[in-house]
Design a binder for this molecule. Sequence first.
Ligand code: SF4
Length: 349
Amino acid sequence: MNISFNKLIVDRTAYNDPLTHRLKQKLPDAAVEIVPDVTPFLHPHRTSKESLVITHQKGKFIKDFPGATGTPPCSEKCITTLLNCPFSCSYCYLQSYLDHRQIIVFSNTERMKEELKTVLTNNPPSRITTGEMGDSLAIDHLTETTADLLPLFKDTGTLLEVRTKSTNIDHLLHHSGKGSSLPSTIENSDRLLVTWTLSPRNAIKKEEHGAARLEDRLNAISKISGSGIKVAIRFDPIIPSYFTQVEYEEIVRSLKRVAKNRIYRFELGILRFPPGLWENVRSKYPGSAIMRGEYHRDTEGKIRFYRPTRVKIYRELHRIISNHFTDVPVELSMEHNSVWQDAGIPIPS
Ligand code: SF4
């Protein structure tokens, strides 16, 4: 199901930007309100997922992932093309990071691209993702951000990583949508990495509100990997109360069937709560299964699951993945070197 909006709230400074024109063309039935300042629309009680705010990013577009003490160096950066997401995962860290749920798209893409060119020339990471502040693909058929950025990665050693829980991929495979004026993404597809987050069916049903079903994500993985585009898998977050070896083994077996030997990497991360998120989830989803079990606050203020259980889960999942995907790298997300070692997962050099 393609996500749509019934209203565009356009910052006056963004009105003439190509991305604003594209969104107006693609959403011909949406009401357009031009405003001198979008701030009043970001009030927590005023925000609506039916409307889209279009404005300019004033700060930097590209940032490093915050490293934690004693974790392996991160070889990825993130680019903030939008803020927020049409889905409502109960564990979403954006709930504690932002004080509103309004989806915002940044339309000053020329400055974004200049910044991207500089990073790709002077300080290229192995990957740059658009999926840190929202799902990369959920509204990509409207923004065409992936198609817009991909040509800049041509002949670089960096991959553009889109992260998703959606099945919104058709525009990546057939780039001929109404209002489109961009080159086919498929032409630069060797620089694209599409990463799906996967979870057991019950976790998706109960905790990933609005996101695609497991079967539908597997079907989308099959189509993308069949087209030759690289696919990666994130088991992040793994929610301990939903973890069973049987279900994860079934998912990994399904991946072997749909993507054969074309998975680029796996990333594993057990649910953790940055400051503020625990309290947020408790008040919004009282009694939620995601908070079940033995959690502790670590020295950096994050709430994490009991370490020996984390190690056990990583060890089991690593074994399952390695049995089916012998040479595919498995990496941990935001875990101390000692956890990698105890789980028997090689630290990347
Ligand atoms: S898909 Fe990602 S960004 Fe969107 S609600 Fe879920 S966790 Fe948050």
